[in-house]
Design a protein around this ligand. Structure first.
Ligand SMILES: [Zn+2]
Length: 423
């Protein structure tokens, strides 16, 4: 395949990309290809590495309304609701919904995903289902699974044993949820047990951490301490970290350097954090997202996750990481040019680093995985939640969406609209 006239994220325009045997073999101007090579005219549109989601729940997705809707809109009612749904789950329904979501995701240019999977079910039904899904989607989507003790590692009697069984079966990453344990001692203990388990097995860690508005929540401090103690630098991720929003500024001024020294990754989930947090507040209501620009300024790798789509915690969503970046930009007030650009990185390259993806990015020798966006820059892509004109995996087109009459910042009226009035 030869792609002609693409714009790249670094601003280069008029770029051709030659793909052979699923990899980029040349990137430059006026490339030539053998006779018969299929040619794609990118027409100056933005060719980006695929979107990556660093935080999702594929076992709960598309279950909205089963068996009922979350009335309070809180995290805790969502967890209770998931507990009601769990006994009703079947392997077939889990697989079907997960595959359905993966189809949506791929259509939106999302080709790698880290999904948590609940291990607090002695049957490990969801684990079996998602391990099956992982194999099924492998040709077109990299799925990484996190063993997630949703009901609390120490609070739920069989959680630790089940978590180890899930890892034995092939789940990739050690998860946790310290804020759902019952006492401060158990918060700390659960983080220690899980980090030691990961160190023993040579695995990454990704914990739901400080997902509350409690200004005194201190789990990420413990997570950073254990990551540093066990030499897990770069392999540990703190997800959500919403309580950091409410913490005392002096404490945070000590916390962020600790997190940074421990090489922690952070994942904010803007759509979900802005929806679930601040529910105990009257006015003013807290925003409930972690301190993204401050973490980035400290040199930490920060990603944005989608977290939920149509499940007990969130009733909307469609697998669009540009929608995630759009919300993250607004909630964090990241409105400078550099910050808006950083929001695009938060759903692409930063998340790729969190997942530890090899050979990610538009470079000679890398797999030809990319999305062609109907936009001319990363910022325009976020502004328009741009159409994914073409999604390509290993040099093969896996999804295609027709261009729309987008509101590109060009003079005149956008093409593709039947105007029925004169101005
Ligand atoms: Zn989550």
């Amino acid at each position: 395949m030869l792609i002609r006239n693409a714009t790249l994220l670094d601003g280069r325009t008029g770029i051709d990309l030659l793909v052979e045997r699923g990899r980029f073999v040349a990137i430059g101007h006026n490339l030539q290809a053998a006779v018969g090579t299929p040619v794609v005219d990118a027409s100056g549109h933005l060719l980006s590495p695929p979107f990556v989601d660093a935080h999702f729940h594929l076992d709960a997705t598309l279950s909205y309304g089963l068996p009922r809707v979350n009335e309070s809109g809180t995290l805790l009612e969502g967890i209770a609701l998931w507990g009601e749904l769990k006994p009703l789950l079947t392997q077939e329904a889990l697989v079907e919904r997960a595959l359905q979501y993966c189809d949506w995701a791929v259509a939106k240019g999302l080709l790698a995903m880290r999904s948590h999977v609940d291990v607090c079910d002695d049957r490990l039904l969801a684990v079996q289902a998602l391990l099956h899904v992982k194999q099924k989607v492998k040709p077109y989507l990299d799925l990484q699974l996190v063993a997630f003790p949703q009901d609390g590692l120490l609070r739920s009697p069989s959680a630790l044993a089940n978590l180890k069984r899930a890892l034995d079966l092939g789940v990739d990453v050690v998860g946790g949820i310290p804020h759902f344990e019952r006492t401060m001692a158990d918060w700390v203990e659960s983080v220690r047990i899980l980090c030691e388990l990961a160190a023993e097995r040579g695995l990454m860690v990704d914990m739901h951490c400080d997902e509350s508005d409690d200004p005194l929540s201190r789990h990420v401090e413990t997570l950073a301490f254990q990551a540093h103690r066990l030499g897990l630098h770069g392999r540990v991720t703190g997800s959500h970290l919403t309580s950091m929003h409410s913490m005392d500024n002096y404490y945070v001024s000590k916390l962020i350097p600790l997190m940074s020294e421990a090489g922690l990754n952070a994942v904010a989930n803007p759509l979900i954090n802005i929806t679930l947090q601040g529910r105990h507040d009257s006015y003013p209501k807290r925003r409930g997202m972690t301190r993204v620009p401050e973490l980035m300024a400290a040199g930490m790798n920060v990603g944005f996750g989608h977290d939920c789509v149509m499940d007990p915690w969130y009733s909307l969503g469609c697998g669009d990481m540009l929608e995630v970046a759009h919300m993250g930009l607004h909630v964090a007030q990241m409105t400078s040019q550099a910050q808006m650009r950083a929001c695009f990185d938060a759903v692409t390259v930063n998340n790729a680093a969190i997942l530890g993806l090899q050979d990610y990015g538009i470079e000679v020798g890398h797999p030809a995985d990319f999305v062609l966006l109907q936009a001319r820059s990363a910022i325009e892509a976020i502004r328009l939640r741009a159409v994914r004109l073409l999604v390509v995996r290993r040099g093969e087109v896996v999804a295609r969406t027709p261009a729309c009459a987008a509101m590109l910042a060009l003079p005149g009226r956008p093409p593709g609209v039947d105007w029925i009035f004169n101005r």
